[in-house]
Design a protein. Structure first.
Length: 94
């Protein structure tokens, strides 16, 4: 199977099935594609560069069978603006 670029330059915030507390706020994936590896489909991309985290900008892959639901943002800027709003509204970034 070839890579599927169904999200075309967007940011997808992925929420995991039975996510541990540390991932309860979702995993943002920038410019995701869908790839098949060893018979399983994965959402492959990289983490946003605008986080204050050691993993900022690193590649990431999430198995599609572990996805409960997701949100789509038009760009990294759109994601950052909405994340900042969520953080200001709740007092923490979830």
């Amino acid at each position: 199977m070839e890579n599927e670029n169904v999200f075309g330059g967007k940011v997808v915030l992925i929420y995991l099935v039975n996510a541990p507390e540390s991932f309860s706020g979702g995993i943002p994936v920038v410019n995701p594609t869908i790839e098949e590896k060893e018979g399983r489909k994965f959402v492959i991309g990289h983490l946003p560069n605008n986080t204050n985290d050691w993993s900022s900008g690193l590649p990431i892959g999430v198995a599609m069978d572990q996805i409960a639901h997701y949100l789509t943002f038009a760009s990294e800027e759109d994601f950052a603006n909405k994340s900042e709003f969520a953080w200001l509204s709740s007092g923490s970034l979830h």
